[in-house]
Design a binder for this molecule. Structure first.
Ligand code: PLP
Length: 463
């Protein structure tokens, strides 16, 4: 027999109470767990149960075996990679999505899934200051969004591919600091890594447009076919901002599809004073921004906007008889715009988050994160034992202790072993660098300052 409504109510209350307690005191847990590879699996049975088990036991094991073995991304001390958040409104949206379990593959299979997605992405687009004719849809991750953008770029350059398969000779351009998902997308689509040009960056980690222009000319001269350029607003290591306007000029000159990866940094365009980060983005053919990065929406939720939905549709639409509906002429069927047929109701949690905080509420939080990052960057710069490794235009600070790579590596390990804070690293100009990202909605200025204090203590330097 299934779970009775009474049983669901009882355990549902218990689970919601547990979540409320977790959100109130995430600091009860270490950010980084103290576990070794294989430990979790070894504590679990090799085979699933023949007979169903009571929920009590499952919840007990969840708390005993699973929770302590997680890296707590929803912890205010989580400052590695890009910090993310799963606040109350997002959790409630996810809960209701799971309860309804609609599949928005077609408009007809769940009309509100398609329409709420279009409406929320319209709100977000306006908040980002983007033009009206952008079509948006939600994918799981930026990696998937960018893969679809590159596929659309290829469809524009090589409309025969769909029918005949890839012909080769196409070349994609991105910067040496671009996220690996761009190159991976090109790999997956059969463009080939050899045909991805990682254009060098300037001293501030921005794509060098003079070298981009040279690379395009040289490929053209060799008879190859440049088809796509992917610029980044907020690169993964340093959050540098590629000169999108100049890149757009080159893309237009050579008829290339311009994709902008603003997976993390795009959120900042909600702030009028940060709108400049999107300069030139209005000329892009596609843009990815992840509400699950810096817009307080639970993983997963990545938005792909495009000015050319008809090309994306041409690349992906394939409709078997059993998926035809009488509304096909009048409604958007989101399955036509990508690989996945099934579609989770991700827009629901986004709608909850956008409505609960409102534009001003989101903006206030982003503004604070940026201010705390600037404060920390100034403190690092002023400290005799530390140095800033890159400008900090958003909420990420890259820095190192003046010393060897090994010293910095050990420093990072000691800081993370504290369990209070978690930072990640990168390598910049060949040097091991600490990367501190502010982005969790529970993080306060106090948490950032405490992280700085721990870093200084562990570096053995005077505070
Ligand atoms: N683009 C940038 C700039 C990123 O920093 C990341 C991940 O951090 C990605 C894309 C990939 O994001 P996702 O995990 O959503 O695929």
């Amino acid at each position: 027999m299934g779970m009775s409504p009474e049983e669901f109510r009882r355990y549902g209350h218990q689970v919601v109470d547990w979540i409320a307690g977790y959100l109130a005191h995430p600091e009860r847990y270490r950010v980084l767990p103290d576990v070794r590879p294989g430990e979790v699996a070894a504590a679990l049975p090799h085979a699933g149960p023949e007979q169903g088990e009571p929920i009590e036991g499952i919840l007990e094991d969840f708390e005993r075996l699973i929770v302590p073995a997680l890296t707590h991304w929803n912890h205010p001390g989580f400052m590695g990679y890009f910090a993310i958040s799963s606040p109350g409104p997002g959790i409630l949206g996810e809960l209701l999505t799971a309860a309804l379990n609609p599949n928005g593959m077609l408009w007809k299979t769940a009309p509100a899934v398609t329409e709420l997605e279009q409406v929320t992405l319209g709100w977000l687009r306006r908040w980002l200051g983007l033009e009206n004719d952008l079509f948006g849809l939600i994918f799981d991750t930026a990696s998937t969004s960018s893969l679809h953008a590159i596929a659309a770029a290829r469809e524009m350059a090589d409309p025969e591919t769909r029918q005949r398969g890839a012909r080769g000779g196409l070349v994609l351009y991105t910067s040496a600091e671009a996220h690996s998902s761009i190159e991976k997308g090109a790999m997956a689509l059969g463009i080939g890594r050899e045909n991805v040009r990682r254009i060098p960056v300037d001293a501030e980690f921005r794509m060098r447009t003079d070298l981009l222009a040279e690379a395009i000319e040289s490929d053209l001269a060799a008879g190859r076919r440049p088809f796509c350029v992917a610029a980044t607003v907020g690169t993964t290591s340093t959050t540098s901002i590629d000169p999108v306007e100049a890149i757009a000029g080159l893309a237009e000159k050579h008829g290339l599809w311009l994709h902008v990866d603003a997976a993390y940094g795009g959120a900042a365009a909600i702030l009028p004073e940060m709108r400049h980060v999107f300069r030139g983005v209005e000329r892009a053919d596609s843009l990815v921004i992840n509400p699950h990065k810096w817009l307080f929406t639970p993983v997963d939720c990545s938005v792909l906007y495009t000015r050319r939905p008809e090309i994306l549709r041409r690349a992906f639409s394939l409709v078997p008889e059993y998926l035809r509906t009488s509304e096909d002429e009048r409604a958007v069927n989101l399955m036509d715009y990508g690989v996945p047929l099934g579609r989770r109701f991700r827009a629901l949690k986004l709608w909850f988050v956008l409505r609960y905080y409102g534009r001003e509420g989101l903006a206030a939080r982003l503004r604070a994160h940026i201010a705390w990052a600037r404060e920390l960057a100034a403190q690092v710069e002023a400290h005799r034992d530390f140095e800033l490794a890159a400008p900090a235009p958003f909420s990420v600070v890259c820095f190192r202790r003046k010393g060897t790579d090994e010293e910095n590596r050990r420093l990072l390990d000691r800081v993370n072993a504290s369990g209070e804070v978690f930072l990640s690293h990168t390598v910049l100009h060949g040097k091991f660098t600490l990367h501190l990202a502010i982005g969790n909605i529970g993080t306060t200025r106090g948490h950032v300052q405490r992280a700085w204090q721990i870093i200084q203590e562990q570096a053995g330097s005077a505070i």
